[in-house]
Design a protein around this ligand. Structure first.
Ligand SMILES: [Zn+2]
Length: 327
């Protein structure tokens, strides 16, 4: 009888020990679950969060971030998130808010929720903020200023700093880990930014045309001037009269390059390129926007590389500059 009892206790103790090991083991390895609206934020969050986080983006890098198909599975993914990082400035207003509401997740539900991260709060200056109220019914998809700030790599550093601070707040035990990763991210991106600026330097002041007002932050950083856009207003498709006046403007300003995010229709841009003799580049505008672009830094390697080789081909003078710089 006694014997039987002690075996029972041993069994119970063993089961309890296994439970403790499993439970504490799982607890120690619990990662912060981060969902992001766009893949650029996911790429940055991966570099900052390392092995302490699980990160997934909703949209793909080859999708127009203004118009993403809201799949039901996104609601489930958001329901399990500890943190949601999104662009803000109304970039995702057409698809993200109903998903967040549907997820019924108090960690991310509102701006005041601890895991709700509008990354636009971290950047320096928002460009093209309208002076008068913009009526969205007129189709302008930039009612609160230009939301495409991640195409200036310096804003990537600000956003990374914001993400590191937020992760430290949510997961204070690993704060120094996030801080260290942020420092490494910022240091290596600053070195890359200097390299890209050197590559772009011979082409400062170049007039270019873009499809959407997607590249304002990029051109501001690169020192290009935007002679015009193929869309008359953000989100409005080109009309024949608008194209006609753009063609005139391009002739006056000797525009040699047209660029577009690779999710925009090519037809009109190609036609304008043919008529004006300008080069036309369909560029990835986000991480994973093309095969091989897995990090934020690789995105700019690709964009800067393609733009400078197109301009090198189109402008002989810059070639001299380059060889002079190298010599
Ligand atoms: Zn836009």
């Amino acid at each position: 009888m006694n014997m039987f009892k002690s075996i029972q206790y041993q069994k119970l103790f063993a089961a309890f020990a296994v439970f403790v090991i499993l439970f504490t083991g799982a607890y120690a390895e619990a990662k912060v679950r981060i969902m992001t609206s766009l893949p650029d934020f996911a790429a940055i969050a991966r570099e900052i969060g390392g092995d302490k986080v699980d990160v997934e983006a909703l949209a793909k890098g080859y999708q127009d971030p203004h118009f993403v198909d809201a799949k039901p599975i996104y609601v489930t993914k958001l329901n399990r998130a500890d943190v949601l990082i999104y662009n803000g400035l109304d970039l995702e207003i057409g698809w993200l808010p109903p998903l967040v509401t549907g997820s019924r997740n108090s960690k991310i539900a509102t701006l005041n929720s601890p895991g709700n991260v509008d990354a636009s709060q971290y950047i320096g200056t928002v460009l093209e903020v309208p002076i008068t109220r913009v009526d969205r019914s007129m189709g302008d998809v930039h009612p609160r200023g230009n939301p495409h700030y991640l195409l200036d790599p310096r804003n990537g550093i600000y956003v990374a700093g914001g993400i590191a601070a937020k992760l430290s707040e949510i997961d204070p035990e690993n704060a120094s880990y996030y801080e260290e990763n942020y420092k490494n991210f910022a240091d290596s991106l600053k070195i890359k930014i200097k390299e890209w600026e050197a590559e772009l330097a011979p082409y400062r002041g170049t007039e270019i045309v873009t499809y959407h007002k997607l590249w304002i932050y990029f051109t501001e950083w690169a020192g290009f001037d935007v002679a015009g856009t193929i869309e008359p207003k953000p989100g409005i498709p080109p009309s024949p009269s608008h194209v006609a006046s753009l063609l005139k403007e391009m002739e006056v300003k000797h525009v040699r390059l047209i660029i577009a995010g690779n999710y925009y229709p090519e037809k009109t841009a190609k036609l304008i390129a043919e008529k004006t003799g300008a080069a036309f580049l369909l560029l990835p505008a986000a991480v994973e926007g093309r095969d091989g672009i897995k990090t934020y830094s690789e995105l700019f390697d690709m964009i800067v590389g393609e733009i400078t080789s197109a301009l090198k081909e189109k402008t002989g003078a810059a070639n001299d500059h380059l060889s002079h710089n190298q010599g």
